[in-house]
Design a protein around this ligand. Structure first.
Ligand code: SF4
Length: 226
């Protein structure tokens, strides 16, 4: 399969924040978020090959229970993802898959961490990826299927308070339980996150959503492999 990086760190976002985890980052994505924080998997994808057996060996060497398979978009390499999860599950790992929730497949995973992309992710209208991104970024049927089949969290990257109207509409249309929704500030530097934290916490309080910091950005900024 095509991958970008593999490293041992702590989970920086969401329900398992702070838990030591091995991150396996697949390469390639079907979307093109304008603020993508891993452009080396989407806009300019790295192209390193690794077999499922090699991935399992590299992941298990850390003797760490929690594994996070992230991207890029892991579900676009469907068969390899299914095999990788089957192997890791058989070895007793807790598996989180971080996905943009535009492709569904049955996999052995313990937490599906969806991050559906809001309008604020659109590339500029004259970008050649605009139409593809705008058409493909929200798949209500896929989000619903994951919610029905797995323990889930639904993380939204929020740029301005105006984004809340879109989140509320999706919550209603797809019937997303409020307690599974997490809001995270958009930004790749501690300063950018800090500017959005206070009003975002207020919006979480008003709507019954959970606030999620982005601890890896607070500690390491946009440094890779940490
Ligand atoms: S879905 Fe994720 S990996 Fe893909 S372009 Fe958006 S932020 Fe980047």
């Amino acid at each position: 399969m095509k991958f970008s990086e593999l490293f041992h760190t702590i989970q920086g976002e969401g329900q398992l924040i702070g838990v030591p985890s091995v991150f396996f980052r697949t390469s390639y994505c079907n979307l093109r978020c304008v603020w993508c924080d891993t452009p080396y998997t989407s806009w300019h994808p790295e192209d390193r090959d690794i077999t499922v057996a090699e991935s399992v060996a590299a992941i298990t060497q850390y003797r760490c229970k929690h594994v996070v398979i992230t991207g890029g978009e892991p579900f676009i390499q469907t068969q390899a993802l299914i095999e990788l999860c089957r192997e890791l599950d058989a070895q007793g790992h807790h598996i989180t898959i971080e996905t943009n929730a535009t492709r569904f497949a049955k996999v052995d995973a313990h937490l599906i961490s969806m991050s559906p992309k809001l309008r604020n992710s659109n590339p500029s209208a004259d970008d050649r990826f605009f139409n593809r991104h705008e058409r493909g970024r929200i798949r209500p049927d896929v989000i619903r299927k994951f919610l029905d089949a797995y323990p889930c969290q639904v993380k939204f990257v929020v740029d301005t308070p105006e984004d809340l109207a879109e989140i509320r509409a999706l919550q209603t249309d797809i019937r997303i339980p409020a307690e599974t929704i997490l809001l995270m500030p958009q930004g790749t530097t501690p300063t950018a996150l800090e500017q959005k934290q206070r009003w975002l916490v207020d919006l979480c309080k008003e709507n019954g959503y959970r606030y999620s910091p982005r601890v890896h950005v607070d500690i390491w900024g946009d440094k890779r492999g940490v």
